[in-house]
Write a protein that binds this ligand. Structure first.
Ligand SMILES: [Zn+2]
Length: 705
C-alpha cells in the first residue's frame, strides 16, 4: 500500500494542499499445481449490497506435522462492529478515519456452511479465535474449524464452503460508493501453515496488511450486466444471463496469494500491450546484464497485457497512467526479474470507496483527482509503487503482519529509484482549492529519497523498523518506520555497498524468494552473500534497535603554531627563561616571512547518536584549507568523540564528516559540516527550511492522538 492511511493522506495533504555471485534464475520449486487451490462462485446483489459466495478449497498438507485444524481469515468482519480488533485498535489510537461507520454501513461475512467434500459437517466446530497480544476479544476476523481427525503429512483436504457477506460502505481498502464496488479480502481464506508452529493467521489489525499462501484461483463473478469488471488473474470467459440481467465473468490465475476485483458501471476500460523489446533498447539490456553479471537472455522482458479501468472524469489522464505502468513494468522487470504473469490490471478506484493505493496480485489500485500538475508525479508515484508490490509482497511474499518493512520498505526504496529513473525529481505538489500551484509557479522539486529521509530521521526512538505491525507506537510510527525509514536505510546501504552490488543484492533476493515467504534474516543473508561482507551490524543498529544515527563535526579551529615556547629551557648547560618580551624581540630581528607560518588545525568529531558504524567501516572526514588544499582522514566512529590534528601552512576553511553522503540515515546533516565564516546562500536556506517543514508535519502525523 502507498504509505498507508495515516501517512499517505497527510503527505498528500502536505504535498497537494496543500562480490558478485551469478544471479541465475533458479527453477521454480513449486510447479503449477499449488498445494492450495480455490474455486469460488460469487454473486453481487447490488440492491442489497450483498455478496453470495460458494467456495471450494483444496489444501495439501506439505508439512511433516499431523494438522488438527484449519484457521481462516474472515477479514470483512473487521467492519462488523466496534468489537473488532481493527475498531478497538483504532479507538485506542484515536485514529480519525476508521471508527466512523454510519448506521447501516457496517459490513460482515458469515460462513453459513463448511464441510468436507464428502459432506462431513465442520460448521459445529467453528469458533472465532483471537490470539494476538494485546487481546481484543470479540473480534471475528479469524475462524477455526477442527477436523474430525488430524490431516496427515501429504494428505489433501477438500472443503466446501458457503458464505454471505454484506459489503461495508467504506472499510479500509474494501467497500462501495453509489454503484461502484471494490472487493478485497472478501472470501474465507486459510492462513499459512508453518511446520512445527501451526497456522499463521493473525486478526485484521488497524496497522497491518496481509499474509497468505500461493494458490491456484478460479473465480466466477456474477454482477449486473451493465457493470464493468476488473479482477486479479486472466479473463477466461463471460456468460451473460439475459433473463436475470447479469453477466458472469470467470478469471483464473495460478501462483498468486490473493484475489481482488472491482465492478462499476462508471469505468472506462482501456487495454494496451507492454512489448518488452519495444520498451527496452538493446543497450539497456546489455547494461543491465553487465551490471547484474547475468547472461543477456535472463534480463529480457516478456510482453504483458495491461488493462486500465478509470473513472470517466479522469479520462484525460489515461496516457499518464499507462506511461507510469510501462515504466514500472520496464524497470522492476529489468532490475528484479521478469514479471511472471500475462496480465496486470490497474484500477482508478471507485471514488470514495477507500480502496486507492493498494496492491493485489496482478491487480492494483491507484487514485487521482481531476486537476493534476504533470510535474508533481501523482498518480505516477502511486502507480509505480502499487505495481511494484507485485514484486515485493506479490512474488516475494513476506509476512506483512510481522515484518511489513520487507515489502513496504523495499518497495518504497524501489519506487523512488524507478520514479527517479523514469521521471527525475517530482515537484512539491502544492495546491489551492484543488488547483495545482505548479500551474502558475515554479515549485521546488525533490527525489523520493529526500522526502523519505525527511520523514524517517526523527522517528528512530519510537520503534525498531522490524516490529510486528500492530505493535507500533501508533500508525505514524508504523508508516514512517516500515516505509520511509526502511527505505532510507536501504538507500544508505546502497551507498555503502555501491550501486552495482546493491542491484545484485535486490535481484538475488527477488529471484531466490519468488513464490516463497522470506523473513528479514533471509534478506540479511543475501546482503552478506552477495556483498561478501558481514553486515549484521548494519541491521542490528538500524533495523532491530531504536538508535539514532548522528555523527557530526563539533568544532573546527586553526591557530598559528608558535615558533618558540615560553618557559625555562636548558641551553648549553644553563637555564634560560623565554619570556613574551624575549620572543617579541627575537621575532623582530628574524622577521619570519608570512609563508613560513604553520597553523595547527583541530577538528573535533562527535557521535551524537547511539547508533554506530560497523567496525572496519570508518567514516570519512574531509578538511578543506584556505590555500585550496584538502586533507581526508578516517575515523572509526566507535567512541563518542575524536579529535583530528593537522599542521599545514594554511588555515582550515571547512571540515565535513561523511562528505560523500553515504549515511543518508544520519538524522542531522546540518552538523556534518563545520565552516569558518559561514555564508549560506539564500536558496539553500529556503530549501533547508522547506525540508524542515516537511519533517515537522510528518512528525505531527506520527503523534496524532
Ligand atoms: Zn506499499
Amino acid at each position: 500500500m502507498k504509505m498507508r492511511r495515516v501517512i499517505f493522506p497527510l503527505i498528500t495533504a502536505i504535498l497537494y494542499c496543500g562480490s558478485g555471485l551469478p544471479l541465475r534464475a533458479r527453477p521454480a520449486e513449486n510447479p503449477v499445481g499449488q498445494p492450495l487451490r480455490y474455486e469460488i462462485w460469487v454473486k453481487l446483489d447490488h440492491a442489497q449490497r450483498m455478496l453470495h459466495g460458494r467456495e471450494e478449497i483444496s489444501w495439501t498438507n506439505t508439512s511433516h506435522d499431523a494438522v488438527p485444524d484449519m484457521l481462516f481469515h474472515l477479514y470483512t468482519n473487521a467492519f462488523k462492529n466496534e468489537n473488532s480488533t481493527v475498531m478497538q485498535e483504532s479507538k485506542e489510537e484515536s485514529l480519525f478515519i476508521r471508527a466512523r461507520v454510519k448506521e447501516g454501513e457496517w459490513g460482515w461475512v458469515d460462513v453459513t456452511k463448511i464441510a468436507f467434500e464428502d459432506g462431513t459437517d465442520l460448521k459445529p466446530t467453528a469458533e472465532f479465535v483471537t490470539r494476538d497480544e494485546p487481546r481484543h476479544p470479540g473480534d471475528q476476523t479469524v475462524m477455526r474449524v477442527t477436523f474430525p481427525e488430524p490431516v496427515a503429512p501429504g494428505a489433501t483436504v477438500r472443503l466446501r464452503c458457503e458464505f454471505e457477506s454484506k459489503v461495508p460502505r467504506s472499510g479500509m481498502r474494501t467497500g462501495y460508493y453509489k454503484d461502484s464496488y471494490f472487493i478485497a479480502q472478501w472470501f474465507p481464506k486459510p492462513g499459512v501453515y508453518e511446520e512445527g508452529k501451526g497456522w499463521n493467521c493473525h486478526e485484521y489489525h488497524a496497522n497491518s496488511e496481509f499474509f497468505a499462501d500461493f494458490a491456484d484461483f478460479l473465480v466466477h463473478i456474477t454482477v449486473p450486466e451493465n457493470f464493468v469488471v476488473g479482477s486479479s488473474g486472466k479473463l477466461a470467459g463471460m456468460v451473460p444471463d439475459a433473463a436475470k440481467k447479469t453477466a458472469t465473468y470467470t478469471y483464473g490465475q495460478s501462483r498468486i496469494h490473493d484475489f481482488a476485483w472491482t465492478a462499476s458501471p462508471e469505468f472506462i476500460k482501456v487495454e494496451r500491450e507492454f512489448i518488452g523489446n519495444r520498451e527496452v533498447t538493446p543497450q539497456e539490456y546489455e547494461e543491465t546484464a553487465g551490471r547484474l553479471a547475468l547472461p543477456l537472455e535472463e534480463v529480457r522482458l516478456p510482453d504483458v497485457k495491461m488493462t486500465l479501468l478509470i473513472e470517466k472524469q479522469h479520462r484525460n489522464q489515461i496516457d499518464r497512467h499507462f506511461k507510469a505502468l510501462r515504466m514500472a513494468l520496464k524497470y522492476y522487470g529489468l532490475w528484479y526479474g521478469p514479471y511472471p504473469y500475462e496480465t496486470v490490471t490497474m484500477i482508478d478506484p471507485p471514488f470514495r470507496t477507500g480502496s486507492g493505493g493498494m496492491e493485489y496480485p496482478t491487480l492494483f489500485t491507484a487514485g487521482t483527482s481531476v486537476l493534476k500538475s504533470r510535474k508533481a508525479l501523482s498518480p505516477e508515484g502511486v502507480i509505480i509503487h502499487e505495481f511494484g508490490h507485485g514484486y515485493w509482497y506479490g512474488l516475494v511474499a513476506n509476512n506483512e503482519f510481522e515484518e511489513a518493512w520487507l515489502d513496504e520498505g523495499i518497495n518504497t526504496y524501489s519506487t523512488g529509484k524507478v520514479v527517479a529513473k523514469a521521471y527525475g525529481p517530482g515537484e512539491f505538489g502544492a495546491s489551492f482549492k484543488g488547483i495545482p500551484l505548479g500551474w502558475f509557479l515554479k515549485l521546488p522539486v525533490y527525489y523520493d529519497y529526500e522526502t523519505d529521509r525527511a520523514a524517517a530521521i526523527n522517528i528512530a526512538e519510537y520503534d525498531p523498523v522490524v516490529t510486528p505491525s500492530w505493535k507500533f507506537y501508533n500508525g505514524g510510527s508504523y508508516g514512517a518506520n516500515v516505509y520511509m525509514r526502511a527505505s532510507t536505510c536501504l538507500n544508505t546501504l546502497e551507498r555503502l555497498l555501491g550501486a552495482d552490488i546493491m542491484a545484485r543484492v535486490m535481484r538475488t533476493f527477488n529471484m531466490r524468494y519468488r513464490f516463497k515467504h522470506p523473513a528479514t534474516g533471509d534478506f540479511i543473508a543475501v546482503v552478506n552473500e552477495v556483498s561478501g561482507k558481514d553486515l549484521k551490524w548494519f541491521f542490528d543498529e538500524l533495523f532491530f534497535n531504536t538508535l539514532n544515527f548522528d555523527y557530526g563535526v563539533a568544532s573546527l579551529r586553526s591557530v598559528e603554531k608558535p615558533v618558540r615556547s615560553l618557559g625555562v629551557f636548558d641551553v648549553n648547560g644553563k637555564r634560560e627563561e623565554m619570556t613574551v618580551r624575549k620572543i617579541a624581540e627575537l621575532e623582530k630581528k628574524e622577521k619570519p616571512s608570512r609563508n613560513d607560518k604553520i597553523y595547527v588545525t583541530t577538528v573535533t568529531l562527535r557521535r551524537f547518536g547511539e547508533a554506530r558504524v560497523g567496525i572496519g567501516v570508518p567514516l570519512k572526514v574531509r578538511v578543506v584549507f584556505d590555500d585550496g588544499s584538502e586533507e581526508v582522514r578516517e575515523w572509526d566512529g566507535q567512541g563518542r568523540w575524536a579529535r583530528l590534528k593537522f599542521e599545514k601552512p594554511a588555515k582550515a576553511k571547512l571540515a565535513r564528516i561523511d562528505p560523500d553522503m553515504i549515511w543518508l540515515i544520519d538524522s542531522n546533516r546540518a552538523n556534518n559540516g563545520f565552516r569558518i565564516e559561514t555564508k549560506r546562500k539564500g536558496i539553500l536556506k529556503v530549501a533547508a527550511k522547506f525540508m524542515f517543514l516537511i519533517q515537522n508535519l510528518l512528525l505531527a502525523a506520527g503523534s496524532v492522538s
